[in-house]
Design a protein around this ligand. Structure first.
Ligand SMILES: NC(=O)c1ccc[n+]([C@@H]2O[C@H](COP(=O)([O-])OP(=O)(O)OC[C@H]3O[C@@H](n4cnc5c(N)ncnc54)[C@H](O)[C@@H]3O)[C@@H](O)[C@H]2O)c1
Ligand SMILES: [Zn+2]
Ligand SMILES: [Zn+2]
Length: 385
């Protein structure tokens, strides 16, 4: 089969590799029809996440089931399915509690928890930027999609990661209807957090970034764009909230957060949140932070292995709460699927490019450069032939 293989920093190529296949009776084999490039892939692409060369990337996957193991009961050949980026077992302690992002079974390293397709530090599973994908514990991991999914793949594929992740950011922040919320980052994840906040009837949704095309997408769904090249985002949020700060805040950027000039400061968005969320407000951090980053330009993050100069004094003084971590996609994907099916949500509004798998290397380059107009790239392995 053809697959997108990571070869080293900013180097990926489409290669012929051995076919993915059923390995255990509980596996499902999927012919991948749509697979997205994610901001998480970019941390790996840039050589900043310890990805091993030779591995297949791709954790935002959907497709058609082409084979099932003997122990599979629910999923049928021919079903269209969307796969949560987290690979989970359904029966470990964390899965039982709904925390499928921290599955204790699917990552063979006993010192860590959680697994994903084609992801550094999250097990050895191959990614889905390929013609075929092996799905472990297929009955548990496959979300079987309604019939119309075949025609609306660019909406349904978002159930694999970013729509649930955006929703999770607002859950971690504790958003209630009628509240205000500030979201740092208008990448795909921040935009999905904005969509989720709108769906949850937030009174005021503010989105901070500096890319006009991304801010325009936020504005399209009724959010207030905040351009941090025009002045401190903290001041802008405080002005919009009568000096109080937003009720809730989301971090949708991660450890490679930078200032508008491009200099990286892993603590920048975290501290901006502390300053622009009100006393007793809630903060949800879904942007990725890592326990090691040997290539960080920030000395504390590099030498302190993930330490950031966090404004804990003010955070504590304001009585704020903060939730963090990977999204437990299974906690939300079925419900969000209902919103798509009933026409209440169309997360495909952020899609800018749909490419055959062969053009994945170009897709990575443009998306990584945050070139204007490259807001979300979908790959279609089946059209590659
Ligand atoms: N927790 C999870 O389960 C989960 C799932 C998916 C993605 N992620 C992570 O979420 C983050 C965002 O993903 P994405 O696909 O949207 O990535 P992206 O890189 O496309 O978007 C990030 C955006 O943040 C903006 N930005 C950078 N510094 C900023 C700052 N100081 N203030 C405001 N905006 C700033 C950038 O201009 C960019 O538009 C990444 O770290 C990704 O790995 C986490
Ligand atoms: Zn992703
Ligand atoms: Zn588990």
């Amino acid at each position: 089969m053809k697959a997108l293989v990571y070869e080293g920093a900013r180097s990926v190529s489409v290669k012929n590799v051995p076919d993915a296949r059923i390995e255990r009776p509980t596996d499902v084999l999927v012919s991948v029809t749509t697979t997205n490039i994610c901001g998480s892939d970019l941390h790996m692409y840039e050589g900043r996440a310890g990805m091993e060369s030779g591995r297949i990337l791709g954790h935002e996957n959907m497709g058609e089931v082409v084979a099932i193991g003997e122990g599979v009961d629910k999923v049928r050949v021919g079903d269209m399915v969307c796969l949560p980026f987290n690979i989970s077992c359904g029966f470990c302690r964390n899965c039982e509690a709904g925390k499928t992002a921290y599955c204790l079974t699917t990552n063979s390293d006993p010192l860590t928890a959680g697994a994903a397709y084609g992801f550094a530090g999250m097990g050895s599973h191959s990614g889905g930027q390929a013609e075929l994908l092996n799905v472990p514990y297929g009955d548990h991991n496959c979300l079987v999609l309604p019939e119309e999914a075949q025609e609306r793949q660019s909406d349904y594929v978002m159930l694999s990661d970013i729509f649930p992740t955006g929703w999770h950011a607002t859950e971690l922040a504790g958003l209630q209807p009628g509240e205000s919320i500030v979201i740092y980052g208008a990448g795909p994840v921040g935009l999905m957090a904005a969509l989720s906040a709108q769906l949850k009837s937030a009174a005021q949704v503010m989105v901070v970034d500096r890319h006009p095309d991304r801010l325009a997408l936020a504005e399209e769904i009724g959010a207030i764009p905040i351009d941090d090249t025009l002045g401190s985002p903290i001041d802008q949020v405080n002005q919009l909230t009568n000096g109080a700060g937003a009720d809730r805040g989301c971090e949708c950027v991660g450890y490679q957060a930078h200032d508008p000039q491009g200099d990286e400061h892993p603590n920048l968005t975290l501290n901006n949140l502390v300053h622009s969320v009100r006393f007793t407000g809630g903060i949800g951090v879904v942007g990725i932070f890592l326990p090691q980053d040997p290539h960080s330009p920030d000395r504390l993050y590099r030498e302190g292995e993930g330490e950031v100069a966090f404004d804990f004094g003010l955070h504590w003084f304001k009585g704020q709460t903060m939730g963090t971590g990977q999204c437990n996609v299974k906690a939300y994907n079925r419900l969000l699927c209902g919103l798509i099916e009933q026409g209440r949500a169309a997360p495909s509004w952020i899609v800018s490019h749909e490419l055959p798998l062969e053009q994945a290397p170009q897709g990575y380059r443009h998306f990584d450069d945050r070139e204007p107009g490259w807001t979300k790239v979908l790959l279609h392995p089946e059209e590659s032939g």
